[in-house]
Design a protein around this ligand. Sequence first.
Ligand code: CUA
Length: 187
Amino acid sequence: MTVEDGHHDADVAARTERGWATLSVAILVILTLLAAFAGIHRATMPQPRVETTDPSRLHLSGEFVESNLGSLLEPNGAVTVRAIGQQYSFTPSCILVPAQTPITLRATSADVVHGMLIQGTNINTMLVPGYISQQFIRFEKTGDYLMPCQEFCSFGHEGMWGKVKVIDKAEFTSRAKNGGRLSCVGE
Ligand code: CUA
Protein backbone atom coordinates (compact mmCIF):
# COMPACT_ATOMS: atom_id res chain seq x y z
CA MET A 1 0.00 0.00 0.00
CA THR A 2 1.41 3.38 -1.02
CA VAL A 3 1.02 6.65 0.81
CA GLU A 4 -1.50 7.77 -1.86
CA ASP A 5 -3.67 4.72 -1.21
CA GLY A 6 -3.62 5.42 2.52
CA HIS A 7 -4.91 8.97 1.96
CA HIS A 8 -7.56 7.67 -0.35
CA ASP A 9 -8.80 5.15 2.25
CA ALA A 10 -8.92 7.86 4.91
CA ASP A 11 -11.01 10.07 2.59
CA VAL A 12 -13.48 7.27 1.98
CA ALA A 13 -13.71 6.56 5.70
CA ALA A 14 -14.24 10.24 6.51
CA ARG A 15 -16.90 10.59 3.85
CA THR A 16 -18.70 7.47 4.98
CA GLU A 17 -18.57 8.61 8.58
CA ARG A 18 -19.94 12.05 7.66
CA GLY A 19 -22.70 10.37 5.72
CA TRP A 20 -23.81 8.28 8.66
CA ALA A 21 -23.45 11.19 11.09
CA THR A 22 -25.66 13.34 8.87
CA LEU A 23 -28.22 10.54 8.66
CA SER A 24 -28.37 10.08 12.43
CA VAL A 25 -28.73 13.82 13.00
CA ALA A 26 -31.48 13.90 10.38
CA ILE A 27 -33.30 11.05 12.19
CA LEU A 28 -33.04 12.94 15.48
CA VAL A 29 -34.39 16.11 13.90
CA ILE A 30 -37.30 14.24 12.31
CA LEU A 31 -38.15 12.51 15.60
CA THR A 32 -38.02 15.82 17.49
CA LEU A 33 -40.29 17.49 14.95
CA LEU A 34 -42.72 14.56 15.09
CA ALA A 35 -42.82 14.66 18.91
CA ALA A 36 -43.30 18.43 18.92
CA PHE A 37 -46.06 18.21 16.33
CA ALA A 38 -47.86 15.43 18.21
CA GLY A 39 -47.57 17.26 21.53
CA ILE A 40 -48.67 20.65 20.25
CA HIS A 41 -51.41 19.20 18.11
CA ARG A 42 -52.82 17.25 21.04
CA ALA A 43 -52.55 20.18 23.44
CA THR A 44 -54.43 22.48 21.10
CA MET A 45 -57.29 20.06 20.42
CA PRO A 46 -60.20 19.81 22.86
CA GLN A 47 -60.48 16.48 24.68
CA PRO A 48 -62.94 14.17 22.96
CA ARG A 49 -65.29 14.00 25.95
CA VAL A 50 -65.31 16.12 29.08
CA GLU A 51 -68.15 16.08 31.57
CA THR A 52 -68.17 18.59 34.35
CA THR A 53 -70.01 18.89 37.61
CA ASP A 54 -70.12 21.40 40.46
CA PRO A 55 -68.30 19.82 43.42
CA SER A 56 -69.84 22.24 45.91
CA ARG A 57 -73.38 21.17 44.95
CA LEU A 58 -72.87 17.41 44.49
CA HIS A 59 -75.09 16.51 47.45
CA LEU A 60 -77.79 19.04 46.59
CA SER A 61 -78.78 18.26 43.04
CA GLY A 62 -77.88 16.41 39.91
CA GLU A 63 -76.45 13.02 39.13
CA PHE A 64 -74.37 12.60 42.29
CA VAL A 65 -76.98 13.30 44.99
CA GLU A 66 -76.77 10.70 47.72
CA SER A 67 -79.96 8.88 46.68
CA ASN A 68 -78.49 8.31 43.20
CA LEU A 69 -75.17 6.84 44.36
CA GLY A 70 -74.64 3.11 44.02
CA SER A 71 -75.49 0.59 41.32
CA LEU A 72 -78.46 0.88 39.00
CA LEU A 73 -79.71 -1.88 36.73
CA GLU A 74 -80.58 -0.18 33.46
CA PRO A 75 -83.57 -1.31 31.31
CA ASN A 76 -81.12 -2.78 28.77
CA GLY A 77 -79.55 -5.04 31.39
CA ALA A 78 -76.35 -3.05 31.79
CA VAL A 79 -75.37 -1.55 35.12
CA THR A 80 -74.40 2.02 35.92
CA VAL A 81 -72.47 2.69 39.10
CA ARG A 82 -72.20 6.20 40.50
CA ALA A 83 -69.77 7.00 43.29
CA ILE A 84 -67.98 9.92 44.83
CA GLY A 85 -64.66 10.16 46.61
CA GLN A 86 -64.13 12.56 49.48
CA GLN A 87 -61.55 12.90 52.26
CA TYR A 88 -61.28 10.03 53.28
CA SER A 89 -63.80 7.58 51.91
CA PHE A 90 -65.76 6.49 48.89
CA THR A 91 -69.55 6.64 48.77
CA PRO A 92 -70.67 3.95 48.55
CA SER A 93 -67.72 2.38 50.34
CA CYS A 94 -68.72 -1.02 48.98
CA ILE A 95 -69.79 -1.15 45.34
CA LEU A 96 -72.06 -4.04 44.42
CA VAL A 97 -72.11 -5.25 40.82
CA PRO A 98 -73.16 -8.37 38.94
CA ALA A 99 -70.78 -10.68 37.09
CA GLN A 100 -70.93 -11.03 33.31
CA THR A 101 -72.55 -7.64 32.82
CA PRO A 102 -71.29 -4.48 31.14
CA ILE A 103 -70.74 -1.90 33.84
CA THR A 104 -70.31 1.85 33.47
CA LEU A 105 -68.56 3.40 36.42
CA ARG A 106 -69.13 7.13 36.85
CA ALA A 107 -67.40 8.93 39.67
CA THR A 108 -66.22 12.32 40.81
CA SER A 109 -64.68 14.01 43.83
CA ALA A 110 -66.37 16.21 46.38
CA ASP A 111 -63.19 17.94 47.52
CA VAL A 112 -59.61 17.29 46.37
CA VAL A 113 -58.10 14.97 43.77
CA HIS A 114 -58.50 11.31 44.69
CA GLY A 115 -57.74 8.14 42.81
CA MET A 116 -59.89 5.10 42.23
CA LEU A 117 -58.16 1.83 41.53
CA ILE A 118 -59.82 -1.57 41.46
CA GLN A 119 -57.16 -4.15 42.18
CA GLY A 120 -56.76 -6.90 39.64
CA THR A 121 -58.53 -4.91 36.91
CA ASN A 122 -57.54 -2.15 34.52
CA ILE A 123 -59.69 0.40 36.38
CA ASN A 124 -57.39 3.14 37.58
CA THR A 125 -58.63 6.69 37.29
CA MET A 126 -58.27 10.04 38.98
CA LEU A 127 -61.30 11.66 40.59
CA VAL A 128 -60.90 15.36 39.96
CA PRO A 129 -63.32 17.82 41.58
CA GLY A 130 -65.46 19.37 38.87
CA TYR A 131 -65.02 16.50 36.42
CA ILE A 132 -66.73 13.17 35.94
CA SER A 133 -64.52 10.12 35.40
CA GLN A 134 -66.15 7.39 33.38
CA GLN A 135 -64.80 3.87 32.98
CA PHE A 136 -66.18 0.67 31.53
CA ILE A 137 -65.65 -2.71 33.09
CA ARG A 138 -66.99 -6.23 33.07
CA PHE A 139 -66.28 -8.90 35.67
CA GLU A 140 -66.44 -12.51 34.53
CA LYS A 141 -66.35 -14.09 37.99
CA THR A 142 -67.83 -13.25 41.37
CA GLY A 143 -65.52 -12.12 44.14
CA ASP A 144 -64.27 -9.19 46.18
CA TYR A 145 -61.85 -6.57 44.94
CA LEU A 146 -60.07 -3.94 46.98
CA MET A 147 -60.49 -0.36 45.81
CA PRO A 148 -57.86 1.94 47.33
CA CYS A 149 -57.48 5.65 46.71
CA GLN A 150 -54.23 5.87 44.75
CA GLU A 151 -53.70 9.66 44.71
CA PHE A 152 -52.23 11.25 47.81
CA CYS A 153 -55.12 13.33 49.18
CA SER A 154 -53.68 14.48 52.55
CA PHE A 155 -53.06 12.86 55.89
CA GLY A 156 -55.94 10.38 55.83
CA HIS A 157 -55.02 9.03 52.39
CA GLU A 158 -53.71 5.68 53.66
CA GLY A 159 -57.06 4.93 55.24
CA MET A 160 -59.12 5.63 52.13
CA TRP A 161 -60.19 2.21 50.93
CA GLY A 162 -63.30 0.94 49.26
CA LYS A 163 -64.39 -2.44 48.01
CA VAL A 164 -66.08 -3.87 44.95
CA LYS A 165 -68.21 -6.95 45.46
CA VAL A 166 -69.12 -8.92 42.35
CA ILE A 167 -72.13 -11.18 42.84
CA ASP A 168 -74.05 -13.60 40.69
CA LYS A 169 -76.03 -11.90 37.95
CA ALA A 170 -79.35 -13.50 38.91
CA GLU A 171 -78.92 -12.50 42.54
CA PHE A 172 -78.18 -8.93 41.53
CA THR A 173 -81.23 -8.84 39.27
CA SER A 174 -83.50 -10.05 42.05
CA ARG A 175 -82.08 -7.51 44.49
CA ALA A 176 -82.53 -4.76 41.89
CA LYS A 177 -86.26 -5.55 41.57
CA ASN A 178 -87.04 -3.41 44.61
CA GLY A 179 -85.70 -0.37 42.76
CA GLY A 180 -83.34 2.18 44.21
CA ARG A 181 -79.58 2.03 44.11
CA LEU A 182 -77.73 -1.04 45.27
CA SER A 183 -74.56 -1.22 47.32
CA CYS A 184 -72.96 -3.67 49.72
CA VAL A 185 -72.32 -1.18 52.50
CA GLY A 186 -72.68 -2.94 55.83
CA GLU A 187 -72.73 -6.45 54.37
CU1 CUA B 1 -58.23 9.92 48.62
CU2 CUA B 1 -55.94 9.42 48.65
